[in-house]
Design a protein around this ligand. Structure first.
Ligand SMILES: [Zn+2]
Length: 270
């Protein structure tokens, strides 16, 4: 049986109610967990070929994900990292990392967005706003529009520049080369981290192929696995050359092949 897990990287002194640590895991606990596992995580292709084994995937090209991959690698575990070409190629911080930074650091007590006034005094209130804001940006089909939206929010909610902590910065091409050298598998997370349900067929096709071709041209990789950004939407269109599509949805059973080419990953918890 194949079990494919997902995570987004590690941070030191992880705090649950910190937007900067959203979706991340504690670095020390991750090390401890990896050391205590009875079996090693193995390469995804090997597991699929043998129809057996536990696999660890890490999403997004951030320093936090890079650090998780290196820790796992040092402890003898194989990992697969899903990267977005746009963030690496253009040295762009992920817009949701910027959003998290804004929410963590703002001292504004409220925000008006789409005609609604949201209080921002507590973690829970900020989370409520984040949910609606996210729902809105997920309808946009152009990455520049999403980034503009987040930049406007930054101007409104932060007095100073929106500077992220280092672990939320994007990876460089050299970082990716380094990971490949260490034995980390790099695969396709799409050109940018747009929600795919907002893309038409051409846009979706571009989203996949631009990242695929970039991995091929820059790193001489022939990627055949794709992880859906945000992990929730089943692609509507057939994609040639992709032999496995990975979700990370909490509304579908986790650890389950939805079809022969589509698998819903298991959130790594420890
Ligand atoms: Zn992602």
């Amino acid at each position: 049986m194949v079990n494919i897990y997902f995570m987004h990287g590690v941070v030191e002194n992880f705090k649950k109610e910190c937007f900067l640590h959203r979706d991340l895991n504690d670095k020390k606990l991750f090390e401890k967990y990896l050391k205590s596992r009875h079996s090693k995580f193995i390469d995804i292709e090997t597991a699929l070929n043998d129809n057996n084994g536990d696999v660890l995937t890490i999403d997004d090209a951030t320093i936090a994900s890079y650090e998780a991959a290196l820790i796992a690698n040092e402890l003898g575990h194989k990992t697969t990292l899903f990267v977005n070409a746009d963030n690496v190629l253009n040295n762009k911080t992920y817009f949701f990392c910027k959003l998290n930074n804004i929410l963590e650091r703002t001292i504004s007590e409220y925000i008006t967005f789409n005609g609604n006034k949201y209080p921002l005094k507590t973690f829970v209130q900020k989370k409520e706003f984040r949910k609606d804001f996210k729902q809105y940006f997920r309808t946009l089909s152009n990455i520049q529009d999403v980034e503009k939206l987040v930049d406007c929010l930054s101007i409104e909610l932060l007095k100073e520049n929106n500077i992220n902590p280092y672990y939320l910065n994007s990876l460089s091409k050299n970082d990716i080369f380094d990971l490949i050298k260490q034995g980390v598998r790099i695969e396709n997370h799409g050109f940018s981290h747009l929600e795919i349900s907002s893309l038409n067929e051409d846009q979706f096709f571009n989203h996949i192929t631009v990242c695929h071709d970039w991995l091929n041209k820059e790193f001489n990789l022939s990627s055949s696995i794709y992880a859906v950004p945000f992990g929730e939407t089943i692609p509507k269109y057939e994609i040639a050359d992709i032999k496995l599509i990975l979700l990370a949805s909490d509304v579908i059973k986790q650890g389950f092949f939805v079809s022969s080419k589509l698998y819903n990953r298991i959130e790594l918890k420890f």
